[in-house]
Every structure is written in structure tokens, then in C-alpha cells.
Write a protein that binds this ligand. Structure first.
Ligand code: CUA
Length: 344
């Protein structure tokens, strides 16, 4: 290798290393699985690092020896043929036993962690999450609370999720709280998550599930136990009736009885309170819609402008969406927005 090509190689390697290290910055990475924010994620992290280090050491040893052999013993003009041998029992036993011992060393803590994380913690809060193309239904059994795309949890308490799907395979993944777990039609899976501190933890469907897979996001909102309890109490209240004659009252009328060029009234797929389609049959339950920070698979902010934009043409914002373009007029959209944003 000439001095010049060596210098080029060093420059390329340094640039690559700089790029790699710049990806390790801990700021502004809401989905950094290497920055655990709860005990489940921390347990997984503590398993990941030793396994990763062992893998790197093995890689460097094996690839290093390979490169040395290829370079040092390559054919050169005039070099003699080496002695031809067949088989070396001692060598073969050694390179079978050492990897087997390494794998055993990795397997014992791995299997132990799998079993301990699969157990349902005795003091866990239970939540059922159902995957839909492309949104998440979130139900609190025994509490009469149903919401969508936003999983409120109390910080410092384990949460045992029951994961189901009504259509295709999805995968529940909040990188800072736990690893991935699939939601499969016809099968019930479980996952425990927990956050050390109150905060916002972003999640994402991690299994390709159709046109809007990338738009199937969600958020875990960890709150202090008192704040969580008051959120639950708020969700359990009946929603207020819009004042007679108000724009919101017109919106309610449209929601329940409207007939639109592109489809039937909203209640064919959505429910508010006890009225409308059974929760989770087709579209999200919209009781307390206004208390959510995001909607449409957590891809849009819950502001009047974005709700209006959504109602104008849902498939334009979420390709493949079950909710069609209903052909709503500007006035109908304004009335529906007034109604929905009043559902505190
Ligand atoms: Cu659901 Cu990807």
C-alpha cells in the first residue's frame, strides 16, 4: 500500500467513525432504544450491551485472522506450494468448543431475561391495545375507558399490555420503554412496559401492515399517579351536550344523522358516549376526542385546522385510510370541528 492510499483509507475510516459517533448523541432522539426510560427497557439494555461486546470481539478476531491469512499467505510468483494437509482434529475440536461455550454464555442470561420479562408483574395496571389499519385502540378493562393512539400510564408502575389485532399483523414498539411485540389477528400477546418518570414516549408500528404503516404511530403519556387518576376520572365522565342552536349542535346532528356524497353519517363507524358504532368496530371511539393531543394514527395534531384538513380528505393525509373522502362542504366541516373539539 502506498503512503497516499494509506492516507486515503485513514481519512475514509475517520469520516465513517465520525458519522457513526454523531448518531450516538443522546439529545432529541425520542425513539432511542439505547436510552432506556423504564425498568423493562433497562433490563433489555443490560442484556444487549454484553452480547454486543462479545459479538464485536468475535467479529474482530475472526475477520482479523481472515484478513491476515488472505494478505500474508496470498500467492506470490516464485512462492512454493505449502504442505497440503487434510483435517486437524485438535483445531476442529477447539473451534467447535469455544463458540459453543460463548453461545452458552450468551444463552443463559438471554433465556433468563425472556422468562422474567414474560411474567405478569403482580401490581401491574392492565391495558388492552388493539391494532387496526392504521390506528390503535386503547382500552382500560374495568374502568370503562376507551381511547385511541395515546396510551396514558402512571409512571413508576408496570403496565401489562394485552395485544390484539382485528386485521393484519402489527407491532407495538415504544423504543425507550420496551422491545417490540406483535399484535396478531386470532392470537393474544402480552408486553410489559413501564416508565421511570412522567413524560412523553413516542411509539411506532414496527411491522409492515399496508399503505399507511408509517402513519401508524402512537404515544405513551406517562403521568404521576395523581395526574393519571384524574385523567381516568375525566375519561369516565359523560361528555357535555352542545348548547342548543350552537355550531357544535349542528355538528352533532351531522355526526349522527348526516348523509354525505362520499358515505353515511359518522356514527356508522365511530361512537361518542354510548351512541354510534360499537367501539373499535371500524373507526376510533371519539368520546373525549378533544382531550387527545393527536389523531389519525397520532400523525396529526389535534387542532381545529388539522381536524378540518383531515375531514376535507382523509385518504390524502393517510393513504388507504378506511375513512373515505365524504365530500363535506366547508360549513359541514366547520360544524363537525366545533362538535369534535367540544368533546373534552
Ligand atoms: Cu401497523 Cu405497521
Amino acid at each position: 500500500m502506498t503512503a497516499r492510499s494509506r492516507a486515503r483509507l485513514v481519512a475514509a475510516l475517520s469520516a465513517g467513525l465520525a458519522l457513526l459517533l454523531s448518531a450516538c448523541s443522546k439529545t432529541n432522539l425520542p425513539q432511542d432504544s439505547l436510552n432506556p426510560a423504564g425498568p423493562v427497557a433497562r433490563t433489555e439494555d443490560r442484556l444487549f450491551w454484553p452480547v454486543f461486546v462479545i459479538a464485536v470481539v468475535v467479529f474482530i478476531l475472526v475477520e482479523g485472522l481472515l484478513v491476515v491469512a488472505v494478505v500474508k499467505f496470498r500467492h506470490r510468483p516464485g512462492r512454493q506450494q505449502p504442505v497440503q494437509v487434510h483435517g486437524n482434529r485438535r483445531l476442529e475440536v477447539t473451534w467447535t468448543v469455544i463458540p459453543a461455550l460463548i453461545l452458552l454464555g450468551v444463552a443463559v442470561p438471554t433465556v433468563g431475561t425472556i422468562f422474567s420479562l414474560a411474567r405478569r408483574p403482580p401490581n401491574a395496571l392492565q391495558i388492552t391495545v388493539t391494532g387496526h389499519q392504521w390506528w390503535w385502540q386503547v382500552e382500560y378493562p374495568g374502568m370503562h375507558v376507551v381511547t385511541a393512539n395515546e396510551v396514558h400510564i402512571p409512571a413508576g408502575q408496570p403496565v401489562y399490555l394485552t395485544l390484539e389485532s382485528v386485521d393484519v399483523i402489527h407491532s407495538f414498539w415504544v423504543p425507550r420503554l420496551a422491545g417490540k411485540q406483535d399484535l396478531e389477528p386470532g392470537r393474544t400477546n402480552h408486553l410489559t412496559i413501564e416508565a421511570f418518570q412522567p413524560g412523553l414516549y413516542l411509539g411506532q408500528c414496527a411491522e409492515f401492515c399496508g399503505a399507511s404503516h408509517a402513519n401508524m404511530r402512537f404515544r405513551v403519556i406517562a403521568q404521576s399517579p395523581a395526574d393519571f387518576q384524574s385523567w381516568v376520572t375525566g375519561q369516565q365522565q359523560a361528555v357535555a351536550e352542545p348548547a342548543a342552536g350552537s355550531l357544535a349542535a349542528q355538528g352533532k346532528q351531522l355526526f349522527e344523522q348526516g348523509q354525505f356524497p362520499g358515505g353515511p353519517a359518522c356514527v356508522a363507524c365511530h361512537s361518542v358516549g354510548g351512541a354510534g358504532a360499537p367501539p373499535g368496530l371500524i373507526g376510533p371511539n371519539l368520546t373525549h376526542f378533544a382531550s387527545r393531543t393527536t389523531f389519525a394514527g397520532s400523525t396529526l395534531d389535534n387542532t381545529p385546522a388539522q381536524v378540518a384538513q383531515w375531514l376535507h380528505d382523509p385518504p390524502a393525509l393517510k393513504p388507504g385510510s378506511d375513512m373515505p373522502n365524504l365530500g363535506l362542504t366547508r360549513d359541514q366541516i366547520d360544524a363537525l370541528v366545533a362538535y369534535l373539539e367540544g368533546l373534552k
